[in-house]
Write a protein that binds this ligand. Sequence first.
Ligand code: FAD
Length: 379
Amino acid sequence: MRFDLVVVGLGAMGSATLAHAAARGARTLGIEQFSRAHELGASAGRTRIIRKAYFEDPAYVPLLRRAYDLWFRLERDGAEHVIDLVGVLMVGAAHSAAIAGALLSAREHDLQLEALDAPAMVRRFPGVTPRAGEVGLLEGDAGVVFPEAGIAAHLRVAEAAGAQTAFGVAVTAYDAQRDGVRLTLADGTIVSAGAVALCAGPWLARLAGELELPLRIQRNVQVWFQPSVPNFSRGRFPAFFLDREGFERPLYGFPDFGEGVKAALHGYGADTEPAQLDRAIAAGDIEPVRRALEGWMPGAAARFAFAKACMYALTPDEHFIVDRHPHDPRIVIAGGFSGHGYKFAPVIGEIVAGLALAGGTPHPIGFLRLTRERLVRPA
Ligand SMILES: Cc1cc2nc3c(=O)[nH]c(=O)nc-3n(C[C@H](O)[C@H](O)[C@H](O)COP(=O)(O)OP(=O)(O)OC[C@H]3O[C@@H](n4cnc5c(N)ncnc54)[C@H](O)[C@@H]3O)c2cc1C
C-alpha cells in the first residue's frame, strides 16, 4: 500500500505528527523501532515542564500558545491526563538568563508573571531557601505535561482517525524517487509514500546522514527522591527552575506526584551515541542533583528513590530544527529539540503534518529552519 505520509519515529513529535496527519484525512503510517510509548528515547521520565514566559527566546511564545490549546484538546480526545497546571517558579538573580529571559518574553507577549522577593517566596512556598539577591517569578498557568501519557494519547487519537502503526521495526534508509519517497525497513519491507516525516529524536543525525546535522547527544539523568517533609507535594508546591549562581547548570524539578520529588540538572552530562547510552546509574549521577536540591529545598532529597538516564539532542544554538529537507521538500525534518522540546509536541505535530501534506504552515517557524547560520557547517 502507498501512504500519503510515513512518520519515522513515534516518540513525542512523531506521535503528534501522526495524529495531526490522520486528522487531515491523510493515509498515514507511523513506524517505531521500539515499543509503544517506550522509555528508551528522549521522552522518558513521567514529567516535563511547560511554561510560556520562555527565557530561551520570545519567538517560541506563539507556538506555546497553540501548544497549550492542543494539549487541552488532546486531554479531551485522547482519554489520558496529559497536562497539569501546578505553576512554575523560576528563581535566580535578576540578571540571570532564566529571570531576564522570562521577563523579556512576558513583556513582549503580555504574559502574567508574579514577582516574589526572597521573603515572599518563603511565605508562599514554606521550605524553600532563596539566597539574598535571588528573585522568583511565578507563572501560575504553567505546569507539567506527562510525556509517556502524551505519546500514548497522540497514538490513540491517530489510530482512531485511521492511522496505521508498526512497532519494533526500524527504518534503515529512505530515498527520494520521482513519484514519492521509498523507505527500507530493517526486516526488508519496502514502503512508499508521498511524503516522509523524520521524527527520530536522538537517532535523527544517523538516519539523515547525508545532512551531516550538527547534533550532539547528551546523557542526562533525572533523579527521584523521597522527601522527609510534606511541603513539596503536588497541590502545595509548583514545578521549579533554579538558575543559581555557582551552579554548574540550572536545577529544575517537580512536586511530588506520588513517586517522590524529581529533579535534574538542565544540560548536565556526558556526550554519548544513542546506541551506547549508559543506562546504569552511578553515585556520580545522583550526588550533584541531591546536593543542589537539598540546598534549595531542605528535606526534599532525604532518600534516593530511583533515577533514569535520558538523552538531549542538542543543536549548536539549542533551537529546534523544523524544516523541509533541502534536497527534497517531500521529506520533513523535526529534531534537535535540545532538552526543551516536549512541551511543544502537539504544535510541532501540527506544523510537520502541514509541511508534509500541504507544503507549508501558518505558524512562525522561520527561526527553526535548517539553513540558519548556526547550523550550517563551514564549507
Ligand atoms: C531528562 C530530560 C528532561 C527534559 N525536560 C524537559 C522539560 O521539562 N520540558 C520540555 O519541554 N522538554 C524537556 N525535555 C526535552 C524533551 O523531552 C525532548 O525535546 C522531546 O522528548 C524530544 O522528542 P522527539 O520526538 O524528538 O524524540 P523521542 O521522543 O525520543 O522520539 C524519537 C523516536 O524515534 C524513534 N526512532 C529513531 N530512529 C528510528 C528509526 N530509524 N526507525 C524507527 N523509529 C526510530 C525512537 O525510538 C523514538 O521513539 C527533556 C528531555 C530530557 C532527556
